[in-house]
Design a protein around this ligand. Sequence first.
Ligand code: NDP
Length: 241
Amino acid sequence: MARVAVVSGGTRGIGAAISKALKAAGYKVAANYAGNDEAAGAFKAETGIPVYKWDVSNYEACASGLGRIAQELGAVEILVNNAGITRDTMLHKMKPEQWHEVINTNLNSLFNMTRPVIEGMRERGFGRVVNISSINGQRGQLGQTNYAASKAGDLGFTKALARESANKGITVNAICPGYIATEMVKAIPEDFMKQKILPVIPLGRIGEPEEVARCVVFLAADDAGFITGSTISINGGQIMY
Ligand code: NDP
């Protein structure tokens, strides 16, 4: 029987590539999203992957959404915590809501999404949790105290849960993408990209969402069971840790 995989923020950008790659690898995939019904509808029509709308920063919404997926598709065995947002501004100009929105969506969501499925994974003796962090959680970035704190928090969560879950057949890993060609990154002016960004990437290009997705499929596999608590950088060599 195909294992069930849930991808938060799985209808656009990197998440959409992850959903598609998991489906192609034979998983039964459910893609969560927040509010962009048009993008979710187009994604569903293109891929045939069912979409589920709820806000990952809300615990009750996560518990009920994940419960619905378990009823409709089966027990959740692969969880990809991918949904994330930015609200960039320097700390001395940051409003409390810009701080809280980012922490709630990028960090508290890991509790909200993982807590409802972890007991089942433990009981069944199998699970895969993959958290999408960021290069800016590893190194910091100006204008992103909120985002960098949330993404660094994701790494701590990953390592602690990996230790807690190791004797239950559950692996927990994090991926830190660098510049990946999503809508936001593609909107960066060409001159700025050529003069400022590409020179600091040893591979001389930005990454593709599919390159992150490939790593998720690798970590989700049954035979990736000896990899846990890892932080995998996918950044073209921009930073090497
Ligand atoms: P996008 O903005 O392209 O897509 C984000 C997805 O997350 C959408 O499906 C969106 O739903 C969903 N989402 C946002 N907030 C919520 C929420 N509260 N509840 C449920 N779903 C939500 O993001 P990217 O593909 O660029 O980024 C994906 C992940 O990768 C993020 O965690 C990001 O921080 C990380 N990352 C991205 C990098 C990049 O270069 N793009 C680099 C490093 C890390 P909807 O469509 O309804 O809005």
